[in-house]
Design a protein around this ligand. Structure first.
Ligand SMILES: [Cu+2]
Length: 800
């Protein structure tokens, strides 16, 4: 689908119905594509809104929501967790005790997953729970939703499979703050694993709010008790949490800081528009350059961020890519209550920047401007594909993450044009970024369909083992709201990247269940039916990659990482190909221990992922060994694959079979001609419309239900769509009202309850998880299920 419908839709609303009918008729044949490549498919109903997800194993995706009034009930209260079956797309509800609202999360070395923190107990409408904590400012428990305070929680799940008894405690979430908890309350903390599998947990709000500061910002360290500037470890090292100065420096816009473990063992951190390298052993900071243009990438600007694939070609150089977010001026961000401006009128950034924090040549790290995105995006999310390209999905053209019932410019909720959403203009069309393409040609959305489901605040996306992408969630509302312009979303989708045009996928055999850091190589065989064309060419054009999809929430995939394994090959007499594959490099900083998938990519077409555990399966210094020398590659000119058709090309790109390629091309040509005709028809109207929009300070028009105008990709042309035009202008800030509602409030003033739950009081850090809290907070027992098993099976208690 190639029409830039974003150009057409606004005038269409006033255009004759005949035009719409013509459009629908015209477009319909192109929908009848045989290949799912580039399209979205229904992913079933998640029953809880998928604020957070992770791939538990090759069969199950675990989903978490905040405690809210979902219709789905478990044990007499609304559910806020489920597990989604990859094959059936059905979910089973799960019970979680505490409010997991905006937690962070990470894998553990044995394949378990852990989440950190959350919010106080809440009840209907997001209001404070019926049983309050001693300060009275946050909930310990709620009698209706039956959620406990999750602000210190450490929840652990050991993924189960179909052969397991999901009703057994071993398959359930372990969530008991009286046994296991953090030392501090953390909402929106960062989490990053170190080389030994220990997770460092950084910063966060104490309880809640739009951004993590008062305004004016006179107490950037503690914000009167509402900000948590410290870090701690899981499992705990027994030390009292120390202050990280970077959290003070970036005060306000420092939640869900972007963190990446570097080859040196230090961490890269980015928040607000600051950047630094942090030594977790000594708590010393080394400043890196500021983000050019002061574009904010952390929540609630929520740019897309990823560590680019670590490949042999780039010698495992770690580079971080930032795209989108917001360059709103500092004062516009407001405070804990709400933003100072009507964010939905403010175009998000389309800027991309790369940085290599530890250049191999010893040069000074610097941000380098990368190709701009095809559209402005907040809450866009990078999914690293097995091919080494990055898919960007979800988000909106304007505004920010978060939700509120008012802003500094809109004092009444009834005047909020998108209900509680602080973003507008959902972007339905994905885009693909090729980090290896020449500058100026890295982005494309050619041939990609557009989703009709808004994926804004609290949406998520995750790579699945078949190399498709699960997309779910979105709920910019304080509680379940199915009638808002951007409603609570339960419908999941699956996006099929372009390589799904291949009719045959490689089927590798011999992938081991564990990967070590250095040591002996292993052999993987690709059968002759797994590829087509020259065997020598296919073998030379094959990569073996470790890929960790990560723990996704808020347009991030915490822990997401891609590392190519070195390999040589032997082309055999029977035209099968044996790959001689190295283990991971002997440096666990490059790819931390824990669960991952191995994909074999032949001629640009990935196999299904095979689940592996990287490392020992335990939290410990990972053993390393010298890298065994690989045998030389052996070619055989007469060998060729017997996969049907040209399912895999020899150029590294995916092309459909000859016959379907013909038909696709015909459809594309027809589509382009049709588009030109239609643009001509409505062009004059569009020009008038754009002019009016500029005068209206770029105000998007709310519609209920939200009407989608986005069309499937048309390459760079899509960047000339409505939002591309909007972005050409910097919104005037002269019209912004002065900040009169700043200041952190313990009790909202009458009629101005900005958040469904009350803002936290300025309580001391000792605020208890619950009234029976007697915890010193030491999370010494890091996995209540696996302590015994892990000592006998290096791979831990993994169930696949
Ligand atoms: Cu959130």
């Amino acid at each position: 689908m190639l029409l830039p419908l974003s150009l057409l839709a606004p005038p269409l609303s006033r255009a004759p119905k005949m035009l719409a009918l013509f459009l629908a008729l015209f477009l319909s044949p192109v929908h009848a594509s045989e290949s799912p490549a580039g399209t979205f498919a229904d992913g079933g109903n998640t029953q809880v809104s998928a604020m957070m997800m992770f791939l538990g194993n090759s069969r199950k995706v675990y989903i978490l929501d905040k405690a809210e009034g979902n219709a789905a009930q478990i044990n007499g209260h609304p559910a806020w967790a489920s597990v989604w079956d990859i094959d059936s797309h059905q979910v089973q509800l799960m019970d979680v005790s505490t409010n997991v609202f905006c937690a962070s999360g990470m894998h553990l070395p044995n394949g378990s997953f852990v989440t950190f923190g959350g919010n106080g107990a809440i009840g209907p409408g997001g209001n404070i729970g019926s049983q309050k904590n001693p300060s009275g400012a946050s909930g310990a428990w709620d009698s209706i939703y039956q959620d406990f305070d999750g602000s210190k929680s450490i929840r652990i799940l050991n993924p189960c499979n179909d052969s397991d008894d999901f009703s057994s405690s071993a398959c359930q979430w372990f969530d008991d703050p009286t046994v296991l908890s953090m030392q501090r309350q953390r909402w929106y903390s960062a989490a990053e694993p170190l080389a030994n599998g220990t997770v460092v947990i950084i910063g966060g709000f104490v309880n809640g709010g739009y951004i993590n500061r008062n305004y004016p910002n006179t107490d950037p360290m503690y914000e009167g008790g509402a900000a948590e500037p410290t870090y701690e470890f899981y499992p705990s090292n027994g030390q009292t949490p120390q202050i990280m100065n970077f959290m003070v420096k970036t005060s306000g816009l420092n939640a869900y800081a972007h963190t990446y473990l570097l080859a040196s063992g230090n961490l890269f951190l980015q928040a607000n528009y600051s950047t630094m390298i942090w030594n977790p052993d000594t708590n010393t900071e080394t400043d890196l350059p500021d983000m050019p243009g002061q574009v904010v990438r952390v929540y609630p600007a929520s740019g897309g961020v990823a560590m680019l694939p670590l490949t042999l070609a780039n010698n495992y150089t770690q580079s971080i890519l930032f795209c989108g977010g917001s360059d709103m001026p500092d004062a516009s961000w407001g405070d804990y209550s709400f933003p100072a401006i009507n964010t939905w009128n403010y175009p998000a950034s389309r800027d991309c920047q790369r940085i290599t924090p530890e250049p191999a040549d010893g040069s000074a790290p610097a941000y380098v401007k990368d190709d701009e995105m095809l559209e402005t995006r907040t809450m866009g999310q990078f999914i690293i594909l097995p091919t080494g390209k990055l898919l960007m999905v979800n988000g909106g053209n304007n505004g920010t993450a978060g939700y509120a019932t008012a802003t500094g410019q809109t004092s009444s909720f009834s005047n909020m044009p998108f209900d509680m959403s602080l973003a507008s203009g959902p972007v339905g069309t994905p885009a693909i970024y090729d980090p290896d393409a020449p500058a100026g040609s890295r982005w494309t959305n050619a041939g990609l369909s557009s989703s009709q489901i808004a994926r804004l605040y609290h949406s998520s996306a995750l790579l699945l083992p078949d190399a498709s992408v699960l997309i779910a969630g979105s709920n910019p509302n304080v509680d379940v709201n199915t009638t808002a312009i951007f409603p609570t979303q339960y419908q999941a989708e699956i996006f099929y990247p372009p390589y799904f045009s291949a009719t045959t996928r490689p089927v590798p055999t011999g992938i081991p269940s564990t990967i070590s850091y250095g040591g002996s190589s292993f052999d993987v065989t690709i059968s002759t039916t797994s590829y087509s064309g020259s065997a020598n060419s296919a073998a030379a054009n094959t990569t073996v990659v470790l890929l960790r999809p990560g723990w996704t929430t808020h347009a991030m995939n915490m822990g997401q990482r891609y590392l190519q394994l070195n390999n040589t090959y032997t082309v055999n007499n029977d035209s099968s190909i044996t790959l001689h594959v190295s283990q991971a490099p002997p440096n666990a900083n490059l790819f931390q221990p824990g669960p991952a998938m191995v994909f074999v990519v032949v001629n640009g077409v990935p196999s299904n992922g095979t689940a592996v555990i990287v490392g020992s399966g335990q939290i410990e210094t990972q053993a390393t060994a010298p890298v065994a020398v690989l045998p030389d590659s052996v070619s055989l000119a007469s060998a060729s694959g017997s996969a049907d058709g040209s399912s895999t090309s020899t150029t590294g790109s995916v092309s459909p079979s000859a016959s379907s390629s013909q038909s696709h091309r015909a459809a594309i040509i027809g589509g382009t001609v049709g588009a030109l005709v239609l643009v001509g028809l409505v062009g004059a109207g569009a020009a008038v419309w754009f002019a009016r929009r500029r005068r209206a300070m770029n105000a998007p028009v709310p519609t209920r239900p939200y009407q989608y105008s986005a069309a499937p990709g048309s390459g760079a042309g899509a960047g000339l769509g409505a939002m591309g035009a909007l972005h050409q202008e910097s919104p005037s800030t002269s019209a912004i009202a002065p900040l009169t509602m700043g200041g952190y409030r313990d009790v909202p003033s009458a009629g101005q309850e900005r958040w469904g739950y009350e803002a936290p009081a300025m309580q001391p850090f000792a605020e208890a998880v619950s009234s029976n809290n007697s915890i010193t907070g030491l999370s010494s027992q890091y996995d209540p299920y696996s302590a015994e098993v892990m000592s006998t099976t290096p791979a831990g208690q993994r169930r696949f």
